[in-house]
Design a protein around this ligand. Structure first.
Ligand code: GH3
Ligand code: MG
Ligand code: MG
Ligand code: MG
Length: 323
C-alpha cells in the first residue's frame, strides 16, 4: 500500500507506517454487508475489526471496550438511521471521543453534509475502495491516539495540580477556592455548612520515635479514614503537614458535630501497624469546628473560627472536638 501510494503521489511522501492499533466497529445496513466490509479490509488493516449492531454500539459501557473508530453506513436499512446512530454516539459520554467514519451512498450529498454537521470525522462513498478506506482508517486512528494522549496528559496535569501526592487528597491550592464555591452555594440555598480544621496530635513525636516513613504511612491512613467517614459531597483536603481541612456542604450543627465526633473516634480507634511486625501505634486528632450561619460569612472568617476552635481543642488536652 505504501509503495503504491508513494508512486501515485510521485514523491517521497512519508505515510505513517506505525499506526497505533485500535478497536474498529463496523455497522453496515446488514450483518452480511458488514461482514463484506470486514473481508475487504482484511490484510489492509492491523486493527481488530468487529461487526456490531446499533444496539451493541450504544451498549458499550466499559471504557476499555469502547471502539476507537466506528465505521457506520449512513443508511442502515432505512434512510438516515446511521446518522441518528452517529448523533446518539456523540451524545453518550463513553463514545463521545471515538472517531467516526460515515459511509454514504454515491451522490447522497445531503447525508454527507448532515454527517459532517453531526460530528463525523470523515466520509467515504459506498461501495468503498479498500485501500482508500485503509488510509482513512489509519488517519483516524492516528488522530484519535494523539487526542487521547493529549486528553490524558491534561487530566494528569489537572490531577497533579489539585492533589497532594502523599495522600491523594485535594491540596490547599484546590481546597480554598473550592471552599469559596461551597459557601457561595450555601448562600444561595440558604442552608448552613460546616468547616473543620483537623490536626493530628503530637505528630512530631511519631516521626521522632518511628521515623518519617512511618509518619507518612500514618498520614496516608488518616486520609483514607477521613474519606471513608464522609459523604461524597464533602471536601477533604490536606492543607498542611498534618493538618486537614474538611467542609460539609448542607450541614447543620447536629450533623457537623456528629461527623466531627465520628472522625475523631475513627482516628483514635485505628491501629497503625508498624513495619516488620514491630507492633502497632495509635494516634489522635483535635478538631476545630465552625458553622456558617450568617449569610455574610466568608471563607476567611470561617477558617479563622475553625482555627481558633482547634487551638482551644489543643490547649484543652487534645483528642477533642471544639466548636
Ligand atoms: P500538636 O499536637 O500541637 O499538633 O503537636 P504536633 O507535634 O503534631 O505539632 P507540630 O506542628 O509541632 O509538628 C508537626 C509535625 O508534622 C512536624 C513535622 O515533622 C511533621 N510533618 C509535617 N509534614 C509531614 C510529612 O509530610 N510527613 C511526615 N512524616 N511528617 C510531617
Ligand atoms: Mg502544631
Ligand atoms: Mg499536630
Ligand atoms: Mg499542625
Amino acid at each position: 500500500l505504501r509503495d503504491t501510494t508513494r508512486r501515485a503521489l510521485g514523491a517521497d511522501h512519508e505515510l505513517n507506517n506505525d499506526t497505533p492499533p485500535g478497536k474498529i466497529s463496523l455497522i453496515a445496513s446488514s450483518r452480511e454487508e458488514a461482514l463484506k466490509w470486514k473481508n475487504r479490509l482484511t490484510g489492509l488493516v492491523q486493527s481488530e475489526l468487529r461487526v456490531m449492531t446499533r444496539a451493541e454500539a450504544l451498549g458499550v459501557a466499559r471504557p476499555e471496550d469502547v471502539p476507537d473508530l466506528f465505521i457506520i453506513a449512513a443508511d442502515m436499512g432505512h434512510p438516515g438511521s446511521g446518522l441518528r446512530l452517529l448523533s446518539d454516539l456523540r451524545a453518550r459520554g463513553a463514545s463521545r471521543n471515538s472517531a467516526v467514519i460515515i459511509a454514504v451512498p454515491e451522490g447522497a450529498r445531503d447525508s454527507a453534509a448532515m454527517a459532517l454537521d453531526l460530528g463525523a470525522n470523515d466520509l467515504v462513498t459506498l461501495p468503498f475502495e479498500p485501500r482508500e478506506m485503509a488510509l482513512r482508517i489509519a488517519t483516524q486512528l492516528n488522530r484519535k491516539y494523539q487526542a487521547d494522549r493529549l486528553r490524558n496528559s491534561v487530566k494528569d496535569g489537572l490531577r497533579m495540580a489539585m492533589t497532594d501526592p502523599l495522600t491523594g487528597l485535594f491540596n490547599r491550592r484546590y481546597a480554598l477556592p473550592h471552599l469559596d464555591h461551597i459557601l457561595e452555594r450555601s448562600r444561595s440555598t440558604g442552608r448552613s455548612c460546616a468547616v473543620m480544621m483537623l490536626d493530628l496530635d503530637r505528630f512530631k513525636t511519631i516521626n521522632d520515635r518511628h521515623g518519617h516513613a512511618t509518619g507518612d504511612v500514618v498520614l496516608h491512613e488518616v486520609a483514607q479514614l477521613l474519606t471513608r467517614n464522609l459523604r461524597p459531597i464533602d471536601l477533604v483536603a490536606r492543607i498542611g503537614g498534618e493538618e486537614f481541612l474538611i467542609a460539609l456542604p448542607e450541614a447543620d450543627l447536629e450533623l457537623a458535630e456528629t461527623a466531627a465526633e465520628r472522625l475523631r473516634c475513627a482516628i483514635n480507634d485505628h491501629l497503625i501497624l508498624l513495619p516488620g511486625g514491630k507492633g502497632s501505634l495509635t494516634i489522635s486528632a483535635s478538631i476545630g469546628l465552625a458553622l456558617s450561619e450568617a449569610v455574610q460569612d466568608t471563607s476567611d472568617v470561617l477558617l479563622h473560627r475553625a482555627d481558633k476552635a482547634l487551638y482551644n481543642a489543643k490547649s484543652d488536652g487534645r483528642n477533642k472536638v471544639i466548636i
